[in-house]
Design a binder for this molecule. Structure first.
Ligand SMILES: *Cc1c(COP(=O)(O)O)cnc(C)c1O
Length: 393
């Protein structure tokens, strides 16, 4: 039997980062606003914006910080209602609360995407929409952008897990007013921590730059934004969510690896998905036709199993070397909305709850070989057969 690979190691940092890190350590030049121009963080912003085809980018300390700043940059009134999917990471409702806004949870279907009926039903009660493309599954952005556009409701994209994914050929994260990405270790680019927001709106980026901690005239070190930033000088609070030059030095050499990691991740995902979909107890939902995914993990639903059988499946897979997590059945899961008890009025969302109780999650790194993928699929198939084959008998 093939050895099951370690699927939890982070992506190693390209050797190309070493010389620049060494230079920064020798000079001590770690603060993005120390040099008069072209700091590693500023260069990263230019390169990332170019890569995505956005006008502006602002690198910050995390994707959560980017989401928070996006909401603040929109200048929403205190207490504004912000629609978010009920299937996302706890950082998303947290960013909304942190920005003095009120999260309104929208149902998510068994394909991990926003339920458009519930979206339409709630849309007229909110002032902004934050679409979290959870685990890189894109919701119906054609419908969402048309509905929000008609009401002039701004859309923020949480693209933390969607770097390299496209919708109708356009990069995810560039469809709404602002897009936010993560460089945390379990995302496509690994810097330990870090995030970035992109937009084409000069006034929004100017506000975000100031609030991220460009105190005094440090905003002048952001290219071509002079007038937009000068207007907000001293008018906004500083939250100091800046990125260090050291992080930028780790991120920059990974940008050229995005395309390769995306292609490998998609190949691995589709390989395992195809094998699993032959099993009567497992369903990997299809992508939407407009979508090209960039997966580094796999989600699938278990069918016709009781809670006990689902847990037995997870246990059997684990003992054969593949750790899977059932979002709704693992303890304190940060992606199960009922665990967001910092929200005062947690609604019941039966559609999302039903999905979370049967949806499994496993990492599937781009570096796996085709043999690795077959071995992972075999473990999952055998676990399903072991649990359900004996139940049927
Ligand atoms: C990881 C993640 C975040 C948070 O990113 P950080 O950089 O760790 O703050 C937000 N949303 C989604 C969908 C994520 O996967």
């Amino acid at each position: 039997m093939t050895q099951i690979p370690d699927m939890h190691d982070a992506e190693p940092i390209p050797d190309a980062a070493r010389a620049e890190i060494d230079r920064l350590l020798r000079s001590g030049d770690l603060f993005r606003y120390h040099a008069p121009s072209d700091s590693p963080v500023a260069l990263l912003e230019g390169e990332f914006a170019t890569h995505l085809g956005s006008k502006y980018a602002l690198a910050v300390s995390s994707c959560s910080a980017a989401l928070f700043l996006s909401l603040k940059a929109l200048n929403l009134p205190r207490g504004a209602r912000v629609l978010i999917p009920a299937f996302t990471f706890a950082a998303v409702p947290s960013a909304v609360v942190h920005a003095d806004c009120h999260p309104v949870l929208c149902e998510v279907g068994r394909d991990y995407r926003i339920d458009m009926n519930d979206f339409v039903a709630k849309l007229d009660t909110v002032q902004a929409v934050l679409i979290s493309h959870m685990r890189g599954h894109t919701s119906d952005m054609d419908a969402i952008l048309a509905l929000c556009g008609a009401r002039q409701i701004p859309v923020i994209e949480d693209a933390a897990h969607s770097l390299g994914a496209t919708w109708n050929g356009r990069n995810i994260g560039t469809l709404g007013r602002i897009g936010c990405f993560s460089f945390q270790s379990y995302k496509l680019i690994n810097a330990g921590e870090g995030g970035i927001l992109v937009t084409d709106d000069a006034d929004l980026i100017a506000r975000a730059i100031i609030m991220s901690g460009a105190y005094e005239h440090n905003w002048a070190k952001h290219p071509v934004l002079g007038a937009a930033c000068a207007k907000w000088q001293n008018q906004l609070p500083l939250y100091n969510l800046r990125l260090s030059n050291l992080s930028a030095a780790i991120i920059r050499p990974q940008i050229s690896h995005i395309a390769g990691r995306v292609a490998d991740g998609r190949r691995n995902h589709d390989h395992v998905a195809k094998a699993l979909n032959a099993c009567p107890w497992i369903d990997v939902p299809d992508k939407l036709p407009q979508e090209q995914r960039a997966p580094d993990s796999l989600q699938f639903n278990l069918i016709g199993m009781s809670d006990a059988q689902v847990l037995a499946f997870a246990e059997t897979a684990k003992s054969a070397g593949v750790r899977i997590q059932v979002f709704g059945l693992s303890r304190d899961n940060a992606r199960a909305f009922w665990n967001w008890q910092f929200l005062s009025d947690l609604p019941d969302l039966p559609l999302t709850r039903a999905m979370l109780m049967r949806a499994c999650d496993t990492r599937l790194p781009a570096r796996l070989t085709s043999e690795d993928c077959s071995a992972v699929a075999d473990v999952l198939l055998q676990a399903a057969h072991q649990v359900m084959g004996s139940a049927a008998a």
